[in-house]
Ligand binder design. Structure first.
Ligand SMILES: *Cc1c(COP(=O)(O)O)cnc(C)c1O
Length: 371
């Protein structure tokens, strides 16, 4: 089936008791056992599993083309489960512009447990050179945050396979509608459900999807269940609800983003625009092959430095100044000041999450703020 159909049906089960068309939210923490101590409903205790989480996991596995998924209370908790599942002392290759919250997680929580190098994963010979005897994992994030760099998932997975490495892809920016890393050879996909998947800026959540069931996945499931960083039934319900419109939302997001990227590219006050859908993007050819659409995150450099960038933000009325992304409303942020002291993001960079408002209104707002 096609993504539009999967998005609507794979996470929903008509309620057997009431015939409710929409699966109810099951708040119960515990489930009645049978005479022989068995669990006739298939559920035992809500940290281990519950119907709404099961629905979300089934939906994500189906959308990404994986065998199973595990939902977590945040994107960071999902990623952490991967790092915790690695044997202590192992080495990870990470992108040099990895999502700053995860870079900080590795640097502050795993500095004595794992080894990691942050390198330009767009440079294949460099990736190869950085594989050590104890390397176990290559972490990818493409398009990357906030420079929208593209790495070649297929090529890196081929290299990884030769060296027995796991490849995990943070697919938050692309969503399974715009990119399917498991079909390009990746072992794991990670999501911040907080962003496009839920899509309405009202839950924090995360997930992992695995291509195959295997002992590494078993470790991740143990971390989910015994670590306990699980999402609430209500958050799972909202995420399943949000995903039903994901394919159509992504069409609108992509449509608006390309027009805005083109507008900015032709604007005299703009030094550069980073959007993988623009032919001028350095890895546009790779994006064209590995992405189904270019999603709706973009960033641009403003001529005149940080002050000029802030002036634009403050004049905008429809683009709200706030961090995060992937909601129906357009957001803009001065990224350097969000990332903190070790940020390598240019100070005149603005990151935009292009929303679903009418493109004419968005362009008018930009025109007004940038003239
Ligand atoms: C937001 C984000 C995360 C972290 O997700 P949370 O839900 O905030 O924990 C990870 N990767 C990317 C690319 C993100 O945008």
């Amino acid at each position: 089936m096609k993504p539009e159909t999967i998005a609507i049906h794979a996470g929903n089960q008509i309620d057997k008791n009431t015939q409710a068309v929409i699966q109810p939210i099951t708040l119960s923490t515990t489930y009645v056992r049978g005479h022989n101590g068995e669990y006739p409903g298939g559920f035992m205790y809500s940290r281990a599993n519950n119907p709404n989480r099961q629905a979300l996991e089934n939906l994500l596995a189906a959308l990404e083309g994986g065998e199973a998924a595990a939902a977590f209370s945040s994107g960071n908790a999902a990623a952490m489960a991967v790092f915790q599942a690695l044997t202590p002392g192992s080495h990870i290759i990470c992108p040099d512009d990895m999502y700053h919250g995860l870079r900080n997680q590795l640097k502050t929580m795993f500095n004595n447990i794992l080894q990691f190098d942050f390198i330009d994963v767009g440079n294949l010979p460099l990736v190869k050179k950085n594989i050590k005897p104890n390397t176990l994992l290559i972490w990818l994030e493409t398009p990357s945050n906030p420079l929208l760099k593209i790495s070649d998932i297929k090529a890196i997975c081929q290299l990884a396979k030769k060296n027995n490495l796991i490849v995990a892809v943070d697919n938050t920016f692309a969503t399974p509608i715009c990119q399917q890393p498991l079909n390009l050879g990746a072992n794991l996909v990670m999501h911040s459900n907080t962003k496009y998947l839920n899509g309405h800026s009202d839950i924090v959540g995360g997930a992992l999807v695995t291509k195959h069931l295997n002992p590494f996945w078993d470790k991740i499931k143990n971390i989910q269940i015994y670590g306990g960083a699980i999402p609430s039934p209500f958050d799972c319900y909202l995420t399943v609800r949000g995903i039903k419109t994901l394919p159509y939302r992504m069409r609108g997001h992509c449509h608006n983003a390309l027009i805005i990227a083109q507008y900015l590219q032709n604007h005299p006050k703009v030094e550069a625009v980073f959007y993988p859908g623009l032919p001028s993007h350095p890895q546009h050819q790779i994006a064209k092959i590995q992405m189904l659409a270019y999603s709706a995150m973009l960033s641009f450099l403003v001529k005149g430095g940080e002050k000029a960038a802030r002036t634009i933000i403050n004049k905008l009325t429809l683009f709200t100044q706030a961090t995060s992304l992937g909601g129906v409303e357009s957001l803009i942020e001065h990224r350097y000041s969000v990332e903190g002291a070790d940020s390598t993001t240019p100070k005149n960079l603005l990151r935009v999450s292009v929303g679903l408002e009418h493109i004419d209104d968005l362009l008018a707002d930009l025109e007004n703020a940038m003239h």
